[in-house]
Each structure stands twice: as structure tokens, then as C-alpha cells.
Design a protein around this ligand. Structure first.
Ligand code: 8DG
Length: 335
């Protein structure tokens, strides 16, 4: 999938804490914390004792994976103490083929009891589902790791199975539980539509307008809803709400300029089709225009990712529920 990521890995903040990518200067502090039986025994791939040499090797491999976009490992920093003090770590390893990731984390014993793991996990999973090319996140916890199981449940991870895994520090297989977080679990707005074809009296009709921009290579532009918006991480067509006093066309010209810096004021906008879709809180009415010419290359002005997508790639993008019927129709216009 060709995704023009425009994705710089951010520093993620929550309360007084920061998640920033691991750096070599963290090795000493991490080595001190992780060489603790109560931490090591809960992490399947950590031996005990853990030599600094082994940790340095892990750092080398992991920093390469981060560079290649295959994993994201963060140190948890308490900004109210020393900015170089690591209080724990949290990391995601991607499975590109499955469009999923595996998450793992630990917090040093002296910082337990401050809800740090829960807050870090929430922060990272929200960011990852909105920004990475993944649809769900796996986690594994040893059955005697009650604290971690509580953290996973508080962050909406759902248990889906049990098994046994070898834990290096304990040198034996341990019973474990498997957990899964899907975008829908943290995004209640993205409810499947009600089968009722009539709009209830109280439900507001929301008029939104959108464009299918198709370039000379026959590719379609999709935008990804950024973290913080409802249905974050889902793909959509550039556009937005029609404001009072606007026609759909003037609203579309304004939205495309605001969102992606594209000027369609002199373009031919061909009405293509429309969506009439019941969401939980409103009923969406959305005309979709097709546009082949515009001024300026699209640039993301609202931190959203943009992707130019061919007909063959289209099915791999998880689009908003209301947009699903557009996909087969649009394929006929793409190369
Ligand atoms: N722009 C756009 N919006 C869409 C599409 N499909 C679809 O269901 N919608 C919905 C998502 C939003 O609820 C609404 C568009 O509102 P918007 O883009 O102006 O507003 P927003 O995301 O800032 O607002 P909000 O949902 O966070 O309140 O229409 C689409 O393809 N493009």
C-alpha cells in the first residue's frame, strides 16, 4: 500500500509524563530498572539477571526496527523530575502483513501505584490506531500478572484466548491470556448503522460535502481522520460540513483549501453520488463530487495522513461506514 505518511514520530504527552523514542542514553537507567525480579519475571523475553551487553544488543536491533518503521519503542519520562529519568518503557512491534501490532510495557517498581502504565497504554494505543497502518493491537499477559491484566482491561482490551508461553527469567512455560484492542472498542461513534430506514424525529440531518479527487494517473485521494477526531484512523474523502449560507459547492471549495490546500474554485465539479447514512448521533447526507483538476498539490494541513490509491489498493483502506457503498462505484473511474 502506498501511503504518503507525512508521519514524524511524535513525542506523546499525558499529564506530567512523556513518551519519547528510546535513546542510547536510556540504557543505564533501563538496565537498572529491568534487572528486578518482579519486572523480569513478567516479561517473556527478558532473562534474569539481564546483562548490560544483552540490553545493548536489544537496543541496536530495536533502533534499526524503529528506523525501518517496523516498531515504535518509547521511554516513559517523568517531566517533573529529571528529564532524563526513565520510569518505564512501552513499545509496539508491527506485523505489516496482518496490519496489526503487538504491545508490551513495564513500569519500574518504585513508580508503581501512580496509574502510569494505564495512562501510557491509553495514550499510545489512541495514537497508534489513528496513525499507523494497523487495525488492531495484541497483548499477552502472564495469568499471575494481575496488575497488567487490570491495566489492559481498563484500556478496553478484550480477552480472546489462553495459552502457554516460555518466560526466560522463570525458565518455564507459563499460562498466559491473550488480549485484543480494535479501533471499534475505543471509538463508539463508529457504530454499525441502524437497520431502520426512517430517521427518528430527534436525529439531526447533517449535511456534509466531499470530493473524490482523481489524478492523471487514475489514483484517488483519501485522507485519514487524525487522532482526537471522532472515528480517528478511518479513511475518508476530503470535505466537511456545509455551514449556514453556503452551497455544497462553496463549502467544498472552502473545506479543500482549509484541509489540504487544494484550490478547486475554477474546477469542474461533477456530482457523482451521495450517502444517506444513519450514525448513532446524526443522519449523514453527503453529496460526493468527482474532480479531476485542481490547483496546488495536496498537503495535509490538519495533521491527517493522505494517500493516493489505485483501484487495486482501495479495498485495503478502512473507510468510514457511510463511504463503503462508494468504493465499488469509484473503482470504475480508477486505473
Ligand atoms: N469529510 C468527510 N466526512 C465524512 C465522510 N464520510 C462520513 O461519514 N463523514 C462524516 C464524518 C463527520 O462526522 C462528518 C464530517 O464532518 P467534518 O469533517 O466537517 O467534521 P469533523 O470531522 O471536524 O467533525 P467531528 O466528526 O469531529 O464532529 O461526516 C467523508 O468521506 N468525508
Amino acid at each position: 500500500m502506498v501511503i504518503h505518511q507525512h508521519l514524524s514520530i511524535p513525542t506523546l504527552q499525558f499529564d506530567q509524563y512523556l513518551l519519547r523514542l528510546i535513546q542510547k542514553k536510556d540504557i543505564k537507567s533501563i538496565h537498572n530498572h529491568i534487572n528486578d525480579w518482579n519486572i523480569a519475571k513478567m516479561l517473556s523475553d527478558v532473562p534474569f539477571p539481564y546483562s548490560q551487553e544483552l540490553l545493548e544488543k536489544w537496543f541496536e536491533t530495536t533502533l534499526q526496527q524503529i528506523k525501518a518503521g517496523q516498531s515504535y519503542h518509547f521511554s516513559i519520562i517523568d517531566t517533573q523530575t529529571n528529564p532524563d529519568t526513565v520510569v518505564g518503557c512501552i513499545g509496539l512491534t508491527l506485523n505489516m502483513a496482518e496490519q496489526s501490532a503487538k504491545i508490551g510495557y513495564w513500569v519500574a517498581q518504585r513508580y508503581w501505584g501512580n496509574n502510569i502504565a494505564t495512562r501510557a497504554l491509553k495514550r499510545l494505543t489512541n495514537w497508534a490506531l489513528a496513525n499507523l497502518n494497523i487495525n488492531y493491537i495484541h497483548a499477552t499477559a502472564a495469568d499471575d500478572n494481575i496488575a497488567s491484566i487490570t491495566v489492559l482491561k481498563k484500556c478496553d482490551f478484550q480477552p480472546y484466548g489462553q495459552g502457554k508461553e516460555k518466560f526466560l527469567a522463570r525458565a518455564v512455560e507459563q499460562p498466559v491470556s491473550y488480549f485484543l484492542l480494535q479501533r471499534e472498542d475505543i471509538c463508539p461513534n463508529n457504530l454499525t448503522p441502524n437497520q431502520n430506514i426512517y430517521t427518528s424525529k430527534e436525529k439531526k440531518i447533517l449535511l456534509v460535502v466531499a470530493a473524490a479527487l482523481i489524478d492523471i494517473e487514475g489514483r484517488l485521494l483519501l485522507a485519514r481522520r487524525p487522532e482526537g477526531k471522532s472515528m480517528a484512523g478511518m479513511w475518508e474523502f476530503p470535505g466537511g460540513k456545509v455551514e449556514p449560507g453556503e452551497t455544497p459547492e462553496t463549502a467544498l471549495i472552502r473545506e479543500l483549501k482549509e484541509e489540504i490546500n487544494v484550490d478547486i474554485s475554477k474546477s469542474c465539479l461533477a456530482p457523482f453520488t451521495f450517502a444517506s447514512h444513519e450514525y448513532q448521533d446524526f443522519h449523514l447526507l453527503m453529496p460526493l463530487y468527482v474532480c479531476h483538476r485542481w490547483k496546488n498539490d495536496p498537503i495535509p494541513r490538519e495533521k491527517q495522513q493522505l494517500a493516493w490509491v489505485t483501484a487495486n489498493e482501495l479495498d485495503r483502506y478502512l473507510v468510514l461506514e457511510a463511504d463503503k457503498p462508494f468504493i465499488p462505484l469509484l473503482k470504475d473511474l480508477l486505473f
